[in-house]
Design a protein around this ligand. Structure first.
Ligand SMILES: C[S@@+](CC[C@H](N)C(=O)[O-])C[C@H]1O[C@@H](n2cnc3c(N)ncnc32)[C@H](O)[C@@H]1O
Length: 268
């Protein structure tokens, strides 16, 4: 199946914030509610941080910071610093997290674009959950190269693949989006959910579209492997795990001391 880089609504500046919030909440409902994708990502990275002795976990392209949230709720993150950041930081969510878990959550409130280099991204576990497909194809090699120059451990997870099965499942995402106002009935934001999911129901088809486009933007296992072949010794201890509807790619930057940690368990 050919890859395409079509637009996603959640990346568009003209999309009103209230619609964007609903799209992100749909993502949360699918990946934290319907599936335990976010919890599994958090389990994998917390074990990784312990095994390699890194004290910082940075969630890149964090959106509503679902991984930082799972990590902060987990007692095993005591003593770690959890840092959500994004090219468009969700400052309201970050503020709530930092207030609730002031001993460990330290968000970056300014924009962090991973297509630029950032010193703060050194000596950390870097988590990229459901975000790598937002990087245009032509920029991905440079991003991987920059991340690999670090003394960090890099963990990339995608909850979808470029496959017919994933595309089919993404079209079904209209249903959780239609249920969003009920599922989040007791949370702030009721009016905007009623408006955009039921009265003017634009969010369910937009969310399904974003899901299908996300599938088409994915690199396959073979394309990831080809990229690591190109990087050579820069990226070390590469692990690529593909499951029916998800992909996990983990590697070490060139400066990190390689420990003999057990292999990571794939998320599904
Ligand atoms: C599909 S959302 C995923 C959000 C979150 N990781 C999750 O799993 O719910 C993709 C996120 O990547 C962010 N993003 C897109 N391009 C980026 C870039 N160049 N640098 C950093 N973040 C980026 C977007 O702002 C958005 O929050």
């Amino acid at each position: 199946m050919r890859a395409f880089y079509l637009f996603e609504f959640c990346d568009q500046e003209w999309v009103p914030n209230s619609v964007r919030e609903c799209l992100f909440e749909c993502m949360d409902s699918c990946n934290s509610g319907l599936r335990s994708f976010n919890r599994k990502v958090a389990n994998t990275v917390i074990e990784m941080a312990r095994n390699v002795g890194l004290k910082k976990i940075i969630e890149l392209g964090a959106g509503r910071a679902p991984i930082t949230t799972c990590l902060a709720e987990d007692d095993r993150s005591e003593g770690l610093t959890l840092i959500p950041c994004d090219i468009t930081p969700n400052q309201a969510v970050y503020r709530q997290l930092a207030a609730k878990y002031e001993d460990r959550v330290q968000p970056i409130f300014s924009s962090v674009d991973i297509t630029d280099t950032h010193e703060q991204l050194d000596s950390a576990v870097l988590v990229l959950a459901g975000m790598m497909h937002h990087i245009p194809f032509e920029l991905r090699p440079a991003v991987l190269e920059a991340l690999s120059q670090s003394s960090s451990k890099i963990a990339m997870f995608e909850p979808l693949k470029r496959s017919l099965l994933s595309i089919f499942l993404a079209t079904l995402a209209v249903f959780p989006a239609l249920l969003l106002p009920v599922v989040r009935l007791h949370r702030p934001g009721r009016l905007r959910r009623f408006l955009w999911c039921w009265l003017l129901p634009v969010v369910p088809p937009m969310f399904a579209w974003d899901g299908v486009v996300s599938c088409l933007r994915q690199w396959t296992e073979g394309e990831w492997q080809a990229e690591f072949d190109r990087l050579g010794d820069l990226a070390r201890a590469v692990e690529i795990h593909s499951q029916s509807n998800s992909l996990q790619v983990i590697w070490s930057g060139k400066e990190i001391a390689i420990t003999h940690a057990p292999p990571t368990v794939p998320t599904s």
